[in-house]
Write a protein that binds this ligand. Structure first.
Ligand SMILES: *[C@@H]1O[C@H](CO)[C@@H](O)[C@H](O)[C@H]1NC(C)=O
Ligand SMILES: *[C@@H]1O[C@H](CO)[C@@H](O)[C@H](O)[C@H]1NC(C)=O
Ligand SMILES: *[C@@H]1O[C@H](CO)[C@@H](O)[C@H](O)[C@H]1NC(C)=O
Ligand SMILES: *[C@@H]1O[C@H](CO)[C@@H](O)[C@H](O)[C@H]1NC(C)=O
Ligand SMILES: *[C@@H]1O[C@H](CO)[C@@H](O)[C@H](O)[C@H]1NC(C)=O
Ligand SMILES: *[C@@H]1O[C@H](CO)[C@@H](O)[C@H](O)[C@H]1NC(C)=O
Ligand SMILES: *[C@@H]1O[C@H](CO)[C@@H](O)[C@H](O)[C@H]1NC(C)=O
Ligand SMILES: *[C@@H]1O[C@H](CO)[C@@H](O)[C@H](O)[C@H]1NC(C)=O
Ligand SMILES: *[C@@H]1O[C@H](CO)[C@@H](O)[C@H](O)[C@H]1NC(C)=O
Length: 258
């Protein structure tokens, strides 16, 4: 118990210095970051946690929030997992983005790669609740019928079919779809329309899907993860997080509940 009290005091003193230290250093840094509201492509007023172009890495939250400008500054993209998405809208107050898979938005019949990276498996981004899975089956035999609930499209001489749901659920019910040459999973949030055909898909992919990021919930979940630890480990962890939050707060002038 004695050891515990000494440890607590030492940590408290340490924390005091560590917390007061960054305060003075962060003022100049703040000024630099605030002077660089990020403008890229058609998006403007982009700020923390994003960075890229002429806004330095230190002004952002992590590598995951890097934005890249392309094509004479008319598009902005972000890399999530292994794939690039075009950022169509970005709202740092609401902490939401709208992402577009460019290859399919340009031409539904020409996917340049396979399944869309599952944004939910990223550590910071989440699909908004309106987003659902859709699977497109390409290169199906032109003689197959369109099952109930499926939509169809024509790509050249080939027939394509689409359905809501991830491929594993769809294939469980319609195993013969395995014979279609190829299938691709895509997230969408447009109301599903099996009668809409190619036009429906083109519109849905053009408007993209909403994603949100929540920095303070990742901190909250860190806290609950620590609740099983012994109390002195806990105090140490909490102090570290507290200091991290203070630094972050001073970088952003934005309060995250810790
Ligand atoms: C950053 O880039 C944008 C356009 O790309 C430009 O308008 C702005 O002046 C630049 N800011 C700095 C600080 O270089
Ligand atoms: C994603 O975009 C970056 C930056 O423009 C580029 O270097 C990279 O090759 C792209 N990756 C893919 C998989 O398209
Ligand atoms: C710019 O973004 C900030 C939040 O990051 C918001 O408070 C402000 O209203 C925005 N300004 C404009 C002109 O949209
Ligand atoms: C960003 O989101 C906030 C809060 O949801 C909203 O009030 C604001 O209008 C949005 N800004 C833009 C440019 O859409
Ligand atoms: C963002 O994601 C979280 C977690 O999935 C959710 O609770 C919240 O409602 C979402 N916000 C929006 C605006 O969709
Ligand atoms: C992504 O995760 C959120 C909650 O974290 C959930 O509400 C949503 O349904 C998931 N979306 C997909 C397409 O898996
Ligand atoms: C469908 O098959 C043809 C011929 O094998 C091929 O050229 C085309 O790329 C395929 N379509 C898709 C979407 O994979
Ligand atoms: C979407 O598909 C992925 C991959 O199959 C799956 O993990 C996820 O739970 C699905 N989401 C919904 C909302 O069905
Ligand atoms: C495609 O779908 C439409 C509307 O659901 C249907 O009327 C049409 O017969 C289908 N075409 C083929 C080739 O299956």
């Amino acid at each position: 118990m004695r050891v515990f009290h000494i440890l607590t005091s030492v940590l408290t003193i340490c924390c005091f210095f560590l917390i007061t230290l960054p305060q003075s250093r962060c003022q100049t840094h703040d000024a630099v970051c605030n002077e660089q509201p990020y403008k890229c492509g058609t998006l403007s007023n982009i700020s923390y946690p994003f960075w890229g172009q002429n806004r330095s890495r230190q002004c952002g939250f992590s590598d995951q929030f890097e934005l890249t400008c392309h094509d004479d500054d008319t598009t902005t993209s972000i890399r999530i997992g292994s794939q690039n998405f075009t950022v169509k809208e970005l709202n740092t107050s609401a902490e939401t983005m709208r992402l577009v898979r460019k290859d399919l938005a340009d031409d539904v019949c020409s996917p340049q790669f396979g399944d869309t990276y599952d944004v939910n498996s990223s550590t910071v981004f989440r699909y908004s609740s309106s987003v659902y899975n859709m699977t497109i089956f390409y290169n199906c035999s032109s003689s197959v019928d369109t099952p109930t609930g499926f939509g169809n499209l024509t790509c050249g001489d080939e027939k394509g079919l689409f359905s809501n749901g991830a491929q594993d659920e769809v294939l469980k019910r319609f195993a013969w779809l395995e014979r279609c040459g190829r299938h691709v999973r895509v997230p969408i949030d447009a109301p599903y329309d099996d009668k809409g055909g190619r036009q429906f898909l083109q519109q849905a992919f053009g408007s993209g899907f909403p994603v949100n990021y929540t920095l303070h919930t990742s901190l909250t979940s860190m806290f609950s993860a620590f609740s099983n630890y012994h109390s002195y480990t806990c105090i140490f962890m909490f102090s570290t997080i507290y200091i991290h939050c203070r630094i972050m707060e001073c970088k952003t002038k934005k309060k995250y509940e810790c």
